[in-house]
Design a protein around this ligand. Sequence first.
Ligand code: SF4
Length: 463
Amino acid sequence: MHSKSSRYIAYAGYWLRDHRKVILGIQWFIVLFYAALIIIPCFYPVPDNDARILNNLTVFAQFCFWGIWWPFVLLSMIFLGRFWCGVMCPEGALTEWASNNGLGRPIPKWMRWGGWPFTAFALTTIYGQLVSVYQYPWAVLLVLGGSTVAAIIVGFLYAKNKRAWCNYLCPVNGVFALLAKLAPVYYKVDKVAWDENRQYEKANLIKVAQVNCAPLQPLRSMQGSSGCHMCGRCSGHHNAIDLSFRSPMDEVVRLGASEATFWQMALILYGLLGIAIGAFHWTMSPLFIQYKLTLAEFFINHEIWWILDNNAPWFVLTHYPENNDVFSWLDGLCILTYILATAAVMGTALLACLTAATAIAGHVSRQRIYHLAQAFIPIAGAGVFLGLSATTLSLIKHEGISTWWANDVRLLLLVVSSCTVAWLGFRILQLWTSGWRLMVSFCAVLAALAVVNSAWGLMFWWW
Ligand code: SF4
């Protein structure tokens, strides 16, 4: 017996399945909008200080991409899973279109390497900082446009009618896959119903239409929503798959025990809570200034002058003399090493806390540490949202709109996400232990939470 709400949500899945043309229309509309926003600003001069969202196309595009698009796409993952990927993402639409018309070669082994989500995220984040992707249209065209061209090439070369790019190489695939674990909706598979239907199909009593799952999900054995793009194409397949509600904790607490991986842990601890924090920190960190002065002194004392030159082209390091915004080789070196050092310090401190928690809770095993790291997905997602929305807020402020409420909202978001992490961590530890061990190991999780929150405290309140 299905409740009314579960029937309605299943209908939403059927609607998506039955309205492919509407979805394709939405996708192509977004493709055009996206192309306009990344290409047209390149033909205009770099905006000066008087440029505003409503009178300058470049600032408007900047606000759309970094102020609204990215932060709210991230947020949507937590509520709707990867609906953005399956229904709205321009890169996903283009790679699938290229794949439909492409060579359909088998997906090569190098592409299946599990470290791509971490590596692609790290490289794009660091490179984005070096070329100031949040500010300059040519940098946007290079980073976002480059990624789109790569998506089309990969789609054209590999796998027929699929989204191999999204599944393996997209720089935000790993982040989206992590955040989608918290979504309260997913495509639930009833294996018993599936097998029963298969029997009827084998006996030629029914005909079942084939389903093309573009992001290559194993439909019958699919349990979570990490890799599913929520496109709805498999809704009702074999009378066994329906869009359904679930507890937002379920995938992390229950499935994480077997499905959490090393690379997911690396992305959470060293990527989202390390590299991303370093990338948001360096522009306002007094430590960064101190570090740069020390390095400059060192190079001057050793008469290494070339490092102070600022002759790198714009696609290597930020180079906009007309805006007095030019990075020297020393700036590049400092930014790169500061971000990597932040990642090393944050990731290792968090890993130490989680290892301690696991040891106190019984015995240390890799799988247990990977599992416990997944409890930190909420604050990792909240952090990236907060960091990106700093751009939104500075643009809004530039428009003369008051942002006195921003720090209160930030605090609220950090408190809510920290409570969620604490609850997830507690539930995971409960699977392994109880009594005093549970309480002491939980303290180690709280220590890790304190490390993360102090990084945001420095950025928003104390620096
Ligand atoms: S499992 Fe595949 S076909 Fe089904 S909704 Fe997810 S992405 Fe679409």
